[in-house]
Design a protein around this ligand. Structure first.
Ligand SMILES: C[S@@+](CC[C@H](N)C(=O)[O-])C[C@H]1O[C@@H](n2cnc3c(N)ncnc32)[C@H](O)[C@@H]1O
Length: 274
């Protein structure tokens, strides 16, 4: 099977497993409960990934941030370059991004409410795509469009394992079957090779697992992530398991033994002209 087919097959298998476990149809906007987690102070100086990305961005550059979320990266990058086009299909994420731009008086950013595949935007100096690709089925078309819209370079950031992989052991305990994984860096390397793209890779500082503020928040969010619904015996089982499965450090609850997620910066030359 080609690398591109393997990529799509993994996503379809993961989605089919999700659909089989889901107690209700998926919500219109999957990101609404999490959107606020994808915003951050645009003037922060202690974010290693952001600081590394900023080294690549010149004050006269334009940037397209594909899947910009709540503007966690798009807003601080806008403070350091000429203009950012944020392409983002989720209404909830778009609202968080627009509010952040208003609150921080950042006006050199425009929001295009669309999936990248359908977005009509002019090329920019750089295209950026951070933690988006894991569920993109037409990976070849998506990546080629990133390249075709970048005059200087494409920058992709992705974890070495799917973002939800830290929940996979809990999935198996609750559902009694292993979670089928989404693709991530190992499969992406093969896709790039198949597309004939010669990319540079570098490991960024590993990030501690995203924690929960309380056991109740952990139960709510993990119940959604594991498709357990608002009540029922599996949610009760998770509630009984969580005090053992989570460990608390400085008021933050994390899954016991969860290894830090390793982000990678993968970049290559763009092909847009003009
Ligand atoms: C995990 S969030 C990452 C947000 C942001 N890049 C960050 O790192 O904070 C993934 C984002 O990708 C967006 N997304 C999903 N499919 C997309 C697509 N086909 N085109 C553009 N964005 C997409 C989602 O709506 C979501 O906001």
């Amino acid at each position: 099977m080609s690398a591109i087919d393997t990529w799509r097959t993994m996503i379809q298998a993961e989605h089919a497993q999700s659909d089989a476990m889901r107690p209700a149809p998926p919500p219109d906007d999957h990101w609404r409960p999490y959107a606020r987690q994808f915003s951050a102070d645009p003037r922060r100086s202690d974010d290693a990934m952001l600081n590394r990305l900023l080294e690549e961005v010149s004050p006269d550059h334009t940037v397209i941030d594909v899947g910009a979320g709540g503007g966690r990266l798009a807003l601080p990058i806008a403070l350091h370059c000429r203009h950012v086009t944020a392409v983002e299909p989720s209404p909830a994420m778009g609202e968080v991004l627009s509010t952040g731009a208003e609150d921080h008086k950042i006006d050199n950013i425009s929001l295009v409410h669309s999936e990248w595949q359908n977005a009509r935007v002019d090329p920019a100096d750089q295209t950026l795509c951070v933690h988006v690709l894991y569920t993109i089925q037409d990976i070849g078309g998506f990546v080629k469009k990133l390249e075709a819209h970048a005059r200087v370079q494409v920058m992709v950031v992705m974890y070495g394992a799917a973002p939800q992989s830290q929940n996979y052991p809990l999935w198996e305990k609750v559902h009694g079957t292993p979670r089928l994984p989404l693709p991530s860096v190992p499969e992406f390397r093969e896709v790039l090779k198949e597309l004939g793209i010669d990319a540079r890779e570098e490991a960024l500082p590993a990030q501690p697992a995203r924690g929960f503020d309380s056991l109740e928040q952990a139960l709510d969010q993990l119940s959604q992530r594991l498709y357990l619904g608002g009540d029922g015996p599996q949610r009760d089982m998770l509630a009984r398991m969580l005090p053992q499965e989570l460990e608390e450090t400085d008021g933050v609850f994390r899954i016991r033994g969860a290894a830090p997620l390793q982000p990678w910066l993968i970049r290559w030359a763009g092909s847009a002209s003009g």
